[in-house]
Design a protein around this ligand. Structure first.
Ligand SMILES: [Zn+2]
Length: 85
């Protein structure tokens, strides 16, 4: 399976600190662990964000963002980092 075969498309909407963008960023996440969770737990898909502590207070989060050679103006989240404060 590749990312294109998955029935769900994980997307994160966020604003970064000191953001100069007019609206929030809305980007697909390529982090392989999310797709592996969805493959192994198809009935618990919504838990993926809890597992990653994406909604928990007390965590600093950052994303490694990049784009594709063919779509240089459209960005995706390649990897996610979190640090307990
Ligand atoms: Zn921003």
């Amino acid at each position: 399976m590749t990312i294109k075969n998955y029935p769900l498309r994980p997307v994160i909407t966020y604003r970064c600190s000191n953001c100069t963008s007019k609206g929030p960023h809305e980007q697909q996440v390529l982090e392989w662990g999310i797709y592996e969770w969805l493959r192994q737990h198809p009935d618990e898909a919504s838990n993926v964000w809890d597992n990653l502590r994406m909604k928990d207070a007390g965590y600093y989060r950052s994303f490694l963002v990049g784009n594709m050679a063919l779509y240089r103006t459209s960005f995706v989240i390649i990897s996610m980092f979190r640090l307990k404060l």
